[in-house]
Design a protein around this ligand. Structure first.
Ligand code: F6P
Length: 377
């Protein structure tokens, strides 16, 4: 039988996403109201379990008013993996395994269970800590929506709304100036944000990493529009998109926590189009605007349900599991299953079919997309 819980810790790891504060608030309220547990807020992800002075009690008053606030009151970082902790010694980076210290510190502090709110990186660390005896429940978060085993992650809806608003705004200026405007969006190696906001915003071309594009197809689409009297076009490109036979584009010298940062495909595409068309082309990179600000109503409620259920899972002893949305229900799934691979846009999804039926160019022919789908099935 599991030993009873008196105190739980909660931390937010990896890049922030709108809705993190809603999860923290729900964790605190559920832990206090339903179980009478103490909650310890751990600052800056796993760093808080490495450095002193970064852990403090969280009471109901501490989470008052944070539901609509973006960011995270606990702070977060892409660094601080305790299994591969990097320290600069004499100008050189040395890597240490501090995982045993983290497990020991949690024990000393009386943390009976830990709620880790994070993306695939944080969930991977959480799983490794579970193997070392820490009792962890996960809450999946990312604007990219690329975590397996959950239909949606919180933060995604807000990012899609922000991106759609940007597309709406770009439409009016593109039309006034007869321009082609390229909007580069986040999403890492998955095209969820680009595809969903592209459809919602009525983009003419949507380029996602799941479908390597052909320049000819994009140009064909612009020319067809021009011939029909639509002298402006909106191209939405996911940061991870790349041409057939090419590679995703990474930013120079931008590696954070061992992860390379994507970026720049919008400008590259613009240059290529400038050499092949007479269109006046501009590029907007939406960047971190997709991560900041007030979470949408959808994200607040999903984050609240996730946070509350994570506490219930801890009470049920469901460690090594994370909360997940399946249809209308929040359920528990093994973290190990969620981190096996990223969740990509399936090429037979109705979103892809809808885009094709609306003659939105996905950067490649139907035959090529069908071939990709067959190869991947
Ligand atoms: O995973 C969320 C995300 O915003 C990605 O879409 C993007 O590639 C990356 O994080 C940016 O990371 P950073 O905040 O370190 O620049």
């Amino acid at each position: 039988m599991e030993s009873p819980i008196h105190s739980i810790g909660v931390l937010t790891g990896g890049g922030d996403a709108p809705g993190l504060n809603a999860v923290i608030r729900a964790v605190v309220k559920t832990a206090k109201n339903e179980y009478g547990w103490e909650v310890l807020g751990i600052e800056d992800g796993f760093e808080g379990l490495i450095h002193p002075g970064k852990i403090h009690p969280l009471d109901q008053e501490d989470v008052r008013g944070i539901l609509p606030r973006g960011g995270t009151i606990l702070g977060t970082t892409n660094r601080g993996d305790p299994f591969r902790y990097e320290v600069e010694v004499d100008g050189k980076i040395e890597t240490y395994d501090l995982s045993n210290d983290v497990v020991h510190k949690a024990k000393v502090l009386g943390i009976d269970a830990l709620i880790v709110i994070g993306g695939d990186g944080s969930l991977r660390i959480a799983m490794e800590l579970v193997k070392k005896g820490l009792k962890v429940v996960g809450v999946p978060k990312t604007i990219d929506n690329d975590i397996q085993e959950t239909d949606i992650t919180f933060g995604f809806d807000t990012a899609v709304n922000t991106a759609t608003d940007a597309i709406d705004r770009l439409h009016t200026t593109a039309e006034s100036h007869d321009r082609t405007i390229i909007l580069e969006l986040m999403g890492r190696d998955a095209g969820w944000i680009a595809l969903r906001s592209g459809i919602a915003g009525g983009a003419d071309v949507i380029l996602i990493p799941e479908i390597p594009y052909r320049l000819d197809e994009i140009i064909r689409k612009i020319e067809v529009r021009n011939a029909r009297g639509a002298t402006f076009s909106i191209i939405v490109v996911a940061e991870g998109a790349y041409p057939e036979g090419g590679q995703p584009l990474y930013q120079m010298n931008r590696t954070v926590g061992g992860v390379h940062r994507l970026g720049g495909i919008g400008e590259v595409l613009a240059e290529e189009l400038r050499t092949r068309t007479n269109n006046d082309i501009r590029v907007t990179v939406l960047g971190h605007l997709q991560r900041g600000g007030t979470p949408s109503a959808y994200d607040r409620q999903l984050a609240t349900r996730f946070g509350s259920m994570a506490v219930h899972l801890a009470a049920q002893g469901k460690f090594g599991h994370m909360v997940a949305l399946h249809g209308e229900k929040i359920e528990a799934v093994p973290i190990a299953d969620a981190i096996t691979s990223q969740k990509f846009v399936p090429l037979d999804s109705d979103e892809i079919l809808t885009a094709q039926s609306l003659y939105i160019s996905l950067g490649n022919t139907r035959q090529a997309i069908e071939k990709l789908r067959e190869e991947r099935s």
